[in-house]
Design a binder for this molecule. Structure first.
Ligand code: TXA
Ligand code: MG
Length: 339
């Protein structure tokens, strides 16, 4: 029931036509983007979009991002395109930046979770762009079961959706590894709703200071503007504990925690930028770019190795580190140990 299309060696027009057909027929196609794999459907087809929510087990009030391949399609989807949106799109599209704008009339309610805004981005991946260009704007959340870590490999999508969606395009590992940065331009001041693959510093370099929505920092607030923020996220089966603080103290604290949990008979996994002695260990790399690429895979991998506890080492919040820490704090359900 699920066609897996191998495009690891680049675009094959015959194979692409199969996926395009599925989208036009209202079916679900998982496809690679530069951030993570997306679970795509025709954004303007209500029935098709509803199937995304069903397949993921996603709450109906959590809106989807609409993916486009031509700048002008923005005007099909948004009622108003403010100057800042034009400037940012010209500079960063295709790329890992999602803009939230006043919603146009053609966009169905299901796609935006009933909001009066629509989230749009142009992904920087040749397969995603070709798929969209040859079909229609594509609504796509990350291609994971709701609440699970986002998929950076086609294998992750297979694990979550094989037999339940029509098509999966395999193009190997995604380049960035964390989802797009979500920026709200529909209210008075540009507001960051989700740190992501485009560092905040780069956006501020173009439009000046950006307000950070309090929910990004984990503060409990009114969530109408950013419904995604109130749900459980990125959680593997094992309990995740995040250790934050100065680097040398973090090292000691992680080592202590490993000993402590092991002495209670638990299997402990560690994911970190340095080596640790534990039952299972995944190295995240040493730069913010490497850690972003590896963080979701590490969570899924440690789960497969059947650990009871995952201890994650915190990283510096600069650059992509902001997105990484946001994902790790959520994965930990805010169980954070200060070293
Ligand atoms: O990199 C990405 O953005 C990936 C790839 C597949 O493009 N997609 C992705 O989609 O991460 P998803 O559905 O997992 O996350 C979309 C986020 C959610 O937090 C959602 O609440 C928010 O964007 N969002 C979507 N539309 C919105 C809107 N109109 N207003 C506020 N937030 C919105
Ligand atoms: Mg997601």
């Amino acid at each position: 029931m699920t066609v897996v299309i191998n495009m690891r060696d680049g675009i094959d027009e015959r194979k692409l036509a199969v996926a395009v057909r599925f989208i036009l027929d209202g079916k679900l196609v998982a496809f690679p983007t530069e951030t993570v794999y997306g679970l795509g459907a025709d954004a303007l087809n209500e029935k098709a979009v509803r199937r995304i929510f069903e397949a993921k087990g996603r709450p109906a009030d959590n809106p989807l991002i609409v993916h486009i391949a031509r700048f002008d399609d923005l005007y099909l989807l948004a009622r108003d395109v403010p100057g800042e949106a034009k400037v940012l799109a010209r500079k960063f599209w295709p790329g890992p930046l999602t803009l939230v704008l006043p919603r146009g009339e053609g966009v169905p309610d299901v796609t935006t979770g009933g909001l009066d805004t629509v989230a749009v981005r142009m992904p920087a991946h040749p397969i995603a762009l070709a798929l969209i260009r040859e079909s229609t704007p594509v609504a796509a959340p990350s291609a994971n079961i709701s609440g699970k870590p986002s998929p950076t490999l086609a294998e992750h999508v297979v694990d979550d959706f094989y037999g339940r969606i029509e098509c999966i395009i395999d193009a190997g590992e995604t380049r960035i590894g964390v989802e797009s940065t979500v920026l709200d331009l529909s209210s008075e001041k540009p507001t960051l709703l989700r740190p992501g693959g485009l560092p905040l510093e780069e956006i501020e370099g173009v439009i000046g200071e950006v307000r950070i929505h309090p929910a990004v920092r984990g503060e409990l607030v009114e969530v109408a503007r950013a419904p995604g923020m109130k749900y459980r996220h990125y959680s593997p089966n094992a309990q995740v504990i995040l250790v934050e603080g100065p680097r040398d103290r973090v090292r000691d604290r992680v080592t202590m925690l490993v000993e402590e949990y092991r002495s209670r008979g638990l299997r402990v996994g560690v994911m970190a930028t340095r080596e640790y002695d534990a039952d299972e260990f995944v190295h995240l790399g040493s730069t913010d770019v490497e850690v972003a690429r590896n963080v979701f895979r590490a969570l899924r991998e440690l789960d497969k190795r059947d650990v009871d506890i995952i201890i994650a080492e915190g990283v510096d919040e600069k650059g992509l580190g902001f997105a990484v820490m946001n994902r790790l704090r959520k994965a930990a359900g805010y169980r954070i140990v200060w070293a």
